[in-house]
Design a protein around this ligand. Structure first.
Ligand SMILES: Nc1ncnc2c1ncn2[C@@H]1O[C@H](COP(=O)(O)OP(=O)(O)OP(=O)(O)O)[C@@H](O)[C@H]1O
Ligand SMILES: [Mg+2]
Length: 482
């Protein structure tokens, strides 16, 4: 169910009047007030009760708060509509003419409606804020070439015969997570969805146990997904045993339609278990998956393949990155100067972001000459080249910081947390982070109160590979390790 659109008191005052007039009617009548979030919340507080009962509770609460500042207005409305006294009687009791009484009544109705609208606006604001908090901080400040994809995906998701599961697919760094994030934010802002959830299946690939070791546990098995969603969507209840958690979650998702994003599906251990589980939880709720591996062949899943950026959008992103890291040779360059980057790197946004930072260090020609050797091979080789070259230009503190972020939670850490770990002082940490952010090796996103620093999953995977190599190297070679 979509969130109600912003409410305008003048359009609602007649509905409030009508709800009062229907006070003693013994069947449910149509009333626009039932579309308010206030009503939906009141209904949750009185499960199984008919809408007219919920509406009365809502109006009683509104009258109680009106009575605090305007007791005469609240008393008049109660007398007229709840106690059903005639206008003539109330006019006599108040020692005013009947026509004056009607004017007073209209003004009281208006005040009550204003108060309801204010409460509704506050509730909607808080609700929206809570939903946005379920998402991860965005890794981008601007996306290029996504508008058409967003239109297409929203249309598909909101269609009457919308598929229960949609999958956004494409290679690493192509922008699947960013697209899913932008889509959910857009649908929330446009009030097209009321409830959302977000779980990520990122792996914790590095673990510090005396020495750095790799662990290859997928972050998301079916049970973890249920637990993560239960905790996010039903925070007021403590997490029960797995079977009970699943029953409660299923009931919740069946009762209230949600849009749930499951990010990085490729790291899930057992899709054979997870996909049927998602199907059983869906309808009317919907699942939006992001995956490097295609789920083609499953007719119940609608696929969206993320395209590579067009030449035009790739150049825009390159210039935008140049601006971000204050590199005028890139931000102000002619198309012809930038085109070799696109021709060699292609339209993968992450690769483009990484490359711009390094061009600043190596110079365009030198860096591209090195990259040419990596093209024509698997895309992973392109990344291996980019990451290895970035690693080689990092000072020891920045390398250490990158490894520290690699062993922390994939959600990232803030400066305070980083200051408490490791042995760098605050100034050294800030300069290492600045360096890593300018090379796009670390993503910096504005968290709720603090900036958060995190690694892209591909950077994390590169570090894992690097550490694995160190572990198999001789002690002499390992001495090069930071
Ligand atoms: N259209 C775009 N315009 C500008 N930047 C983009 C765009 N799409 C993605 N990015 C940026 O590129 C980087 C990679 O994007 P993202 O993390 O969404 O990729 P992904 O496909 O989810 O990768 P993975 O498979 O590794 O999870 C991020 O820093 C993101 O902000
Ligand atoms: Mg992703």
């Amino acid at each position: 169910m979509p969130l109600p659109t912003r409410v305008d008191p003048s359009s609602l005052v007649d509905s409030v009047h009508q709800a009062f007039k229907d006070w003693n009617v013994t069947h449910d009548t149509e009333n626009a007030l039932t579309s308010l979030l206030l009503f939906q919340r009141a209904a949750q507080g009185h499960p199984g009760r008919p809408p007219r009962f919920v509406l009365q509770q809502m109006l009683q609460d509104a009258l109680a708060s009106l009575a605090q500042e305007h007791p005469d207005d609240a008393a008049l409305l109660r007398r007229r509509f709840i106690e059903q006294a005639t206008a003539y009687t109330v006019a006599n009791e108040s020692a005013v003419s009947e026509s004056t009484l009607y004017k007073l009544q209209a003004s009281a109705l208006r005040r009550l409606t204003d108060a309801l609208c204010q409460q509704e606006a506050m509730l909607q604001e808080t609700h929206l804020h809570g939903l946005v908090e379920r998402l991860e901080p965005p890794t981008y400040t601007r996306l290029f070439g996504v508008d058409e994809q967003l239109d297409q995906l929203s249309e598909k998701l909101l269609a009457p015969e919308a598929p229960p599961i949609l999958s956004i697919e494409g290679m690493g760094g192509l922008g699947k997570t960013a697209l899913a994030d932008a889509l959910v934010r857009r649908l929330l802002t446009d009030r097209k969805v009321t409830e959302v959830g977000w779980v990520s299946a990122r792996t914790h690939v590095l673990d510090l146990t005396g020495q750095i070791q790799t662990v290859s546990r997928p972050a998301l098995e079916a049970e973890d997904l249920v637990a993560a969603l239960h905790t996010q969507l039903l925070p007021q209840r403590s997490l029960p045993i797995p079977e009970r958690a699943l029953t409660e979650l299923r009931r919740h998702l069946k009762q209230t339609p949600h849009l749930i994003v499951v990010d990085n599906l490729e790291t899930v251990l057992d899709l054979e278990v997870l996909l049927p589980l998602l199907r059983s939880l869906a309808s009317p709720s919907q699942f939006l998956l992001t995956a490097r591996r295609s789920l083609q062949g499953d007719p119940a899943i609608w696929l969206h393949r993320v395209p590579h950026l067009s030449q035009e959008n790739a150049l825009r992103l390159i210039r935008y990155e140049g601006e971000r890291i204050s590199f005028p040779q890139i931000s102000a360059a002619e198309d012809a100067e930038l085109l070799p980057i696109y021709h060699i790197v292609g339209g993968n946004p992450l690769a483009l972001r990484l490359v711009v930072g390094q061009i600043q260090h190596h110079g365009l020609d030198t860096f591209l000459a090195g990259l040419v050797g990596a093209t024509g091979q698997a895309a992973e080789n392109l990344y291996t080249y980019i990451f290895s070259s970035a690693w080689s230009i990092l000072d020891k503190n920045s390398q250490g910081m990158l490894l520290t972020l690699g062993i922390l939670d994939p959600g990232g850490a803030d400066l305070e947390y980083l200051s408490r770990t490791g042995n760098l002082d605050r100034g050294e940490i800030i300069s290492a982070l600045d360096r890593l952010v300018s090379l796009s090796l670390v993503e910096c996103s504005a968290g709720l109160t603090q900036r958060r620093y995190s690694l892209h999953s591909l950077t994390r995977a590169f570090l894992q590979e690097q550490v694995r190599k160190w572990q198999t190297q001789s002690p002499l070679q390992t001495a090069a390790m930071p």
